[in-house]
Ligand binder design. Sequence first.
Ligand SMILES: Cc1cc2nc3c(=O)[nH]c(=O)nc-3n(C[C@H](O)[C@H](O)[C@H](O)COP(=O)(O)OP(=O)(O)OC[C@H]3O[C@@H](n4cnc5c(N)ncnc54)[C@H](O)[C@@H]3O)c2cc1C
Length: 343
Amino acid sequence: MQYRKLKLEVAVHNFQYTRAKNAAGAIAELSKNPAAKLVAGGTNLIDLMKYGVMAPDRLVDINRLSYNAIQKESGVLSIGATVTNSVAAANEMVLQYQPLLSQAMLAGASPQLRNKATMGGNLLQRTRCPYFYDISEPCNKREPGTGCGALKGYNRMHAIFGASDACIAVNPSDMNVALVALDASVQVTGPKGKRNIPIAEFHRLPGKHPELDNTLDRREVITGLLIPDNAFSKHTTYLKVRDRASYAFALISVAVALEMEETTEGTTIKEVHLAMGGVAHKPWRLTAAEQLLKGKKATVENFKMAAELAMQGAKSYGHNDFKLKLAPNSIVQALKTASGIKA
Ligand SMILES: Cc1cc2nc3c(=O)[nH]c(=O)nc-3n(C[C@H](O)[C@H](O)[C@H](O)COP(=O)(O)OP(=O)(O)OC[C@H]3O[C@@H](n4cnc5c(N)ncnc54)[C@H](O)[C@@H]3O)c2cc1C
């Protein structure tokens, strides 16, 4: 079974374009015009405009704002919102201190896209649910109240955790999964000033309002990302399972960050952070599995127990039934790779 080919017969929608000189200018534009949108790399927003999914009246280009630095200060790595995914993935400090983030970004899209895609834009990229993209289909995310075409439709890519009757779409980003495993936070500025939003609270579950992907105020600008130091750099893995070896979104992905130690009992897991992508409306943290593994020996048996625990409450919708098996297998595989155990 295949999706119908998307039609590009979209009514002409004229829009204005302006360049923001600073954050205050961008916030002012967003505040005075509810139909204005920021544009960074444009790799998601412009596609959505071509398909008629989004139709902003005014595009506010933020590429000239000075959020293009990567710095490390007081145990925190900060990455500006307009830094591209290519630049961040190749940055020496990112590779040294937060290699998981680099691994996840390099698993996403293609080199050309990563050269344009920014950190801020990646955080806010919208779902790849085909019913969201096809304006002739019902979609509560695109048009609240019209229904969810995927619920009883073709739902191979869709959620197995945290979905609602209104929406079973998933967050498509690879970067976001690593950020959740790394306890990052999102720096924003808006009409009420600056704030930092923990990444776990940034993306949201669909509930009755799947049109809202996140907790950002419409008038706020993302200025950067903060990632606290950790001791994971030697044992990280981002495993992405997808239909093609590259240039495809995740069916399932697993981000693993481990701190290992040698004890009299053998190699044990001192600290572990785990998150999954391709399974929910937001990157899915595997807290129960983390608790089970902490302090335990790194064995396949323990990894299997953790994976089983992680799958509690999972629910599939037909075409995505295979995820119920693929997800735990991927968790085990990713843990094996990160810990370096062979069996
Ligand atoms: C063919 C294709 C394949 C892809 N494959 C993958 C993949 O495998 N994995 C993956 O993770 N991604 C993938 N992507 C998605 C890609 O990573 C995103 O399109 C990109 O990260 C978006 O960044 P951007 O800067 O281009 O955002 P834009 O398109 O410019 O903006 C996206 C959204 O973010 C908002 N925005 C941007 N910056 C800010 C800011 N600083 N503050 C507030 N709002 C902001 C915009 O208003 C817009 O709503 C793919 C994209 C394409 C086209």
